[in-house]
Design a protein around this ligand. Structure first.
Ligand code: IPE
Ligand code: IPE
Ligand code: MG
Length: 252
């Protein structure tokens, strides 16, 4: 059954609620190129990217998608110029200051995937805002919004291995008890449904250290659309493409 009324057209009209992914992950890429095409500084693209993000969160909520995980800043993104990193961190703080009340009102539960406390000095306000957002929304039961920030998939896996090693050393568990389920419990995504759909904008065919463990059987959708141009229609297209996929999980 289509979710929308008869005035919806295109992909939206064909979306079948039964075939929506439970968990969507997005690599929001292409802000810099979007700005460059307009002869503007990269930070202009990041500002536009925040608007796109707001729209995609809203639409995920309306569609009833259970979990949305977005890649906001990787462990490797610290390599960028101080100016760009500063602008991104400024936008982050502004976003949480401005949007938290609204997200909370919509019953959104915010989680941060990544090493918040390992952020460089000078970002204490950001760290506080992130912790506050997680705490304030911890009991919410609506959209599970996971923001990957100072995140790296390899770092996450190493951290999980370390946590388990410590539990073995302390005698809490035996090494032979470790299985996939226990390992998953040590990842930032513990308790979330498995990722069904990974979207990457701007055409790059790589994972860039995102959710290396969790994407085992995710469907990939790459679009040339740059992130600031990725709106509801583009999102519906991706969801429709997903609905048409034949997932086999190693079977036939
Ligand atoms: C994605 O856009 C935003 C972040 C990585 C924070 P980019 O800034 O990577 O934009 P491009 O890939 O250079 O166009
Ligand atoms: C991945 O994009 C990180 C985020 C979207 C936050 P990048 O732009 O950093 O990835 P690479 O450098 O093109 O692999
Ligand atoms: Mg990029």
């Amino acid at each position: 059954m289509a979710i929308f009324g008869k005035d919806e057209s295109g992909a939206a009209a064909q979306l079948d609620k039964e075939r929506l992914p439970r968990h969507v992950a997005i690599i929001m890429d292409g802000n810099g190129r979007w700005a460059k095409k307009r002869g503007m500084p990269r930070t202009f693209g990041h500002k536009a990217g925040v608007e796109a993000l707001r729209e995609i969160i809203r639409h995920s909520d309306e569609l009833g998608i259970e979990a949305l995980t977005i890649y906001a800043f990787s462990c490797e993104n610290w390599k960028r110029s101080a100016e760009e990193v500063g602008a991104l961190m400024g936008l982050l703080l502004e976003y949480f200051t401005r949007e938290l009340t609204e997200l909370h009102r919509k019953n959104v539960r915010i989680r941060i995937l990544g090493d918040i406390d390992g952020m460089p000095a000078g970002l204490e306000k950001q760290q506080q805002a992130l912790h506050a957002a997680v705490e304030r929304t911890a009991q919410n039961t609506g959209l599970k919004l996971n923001i990957a920030l100072n995140y790296g998939g390899q770092q996450e896996i190493v951290r999980a291995a370390k946590n388990l090693a410590q539990k073995v050393v302390s005698g809490e568990i035996g090494a032979d008890q470790i299985d996939a389920h226990m390992f998953e419990g040590e990842l930032y995504t513990a308790g979330l449904p498995e990722v069904d759909l990974l979207i990457r904008t701007s055409g790059e065919m790589r994972l860039s250290n995102f959710l290396l463990y969790q994407l085992a059987y995710a469907e990939f959708y790459v679009t040339d659309t740059l992130w600031p141009d990725f709106g509801r229609d583009a999102y519906d297209e991706a969801l429709l493409a997903y609905a048409k996929r034949n997932r086999r999980f190693g079977g036939v």
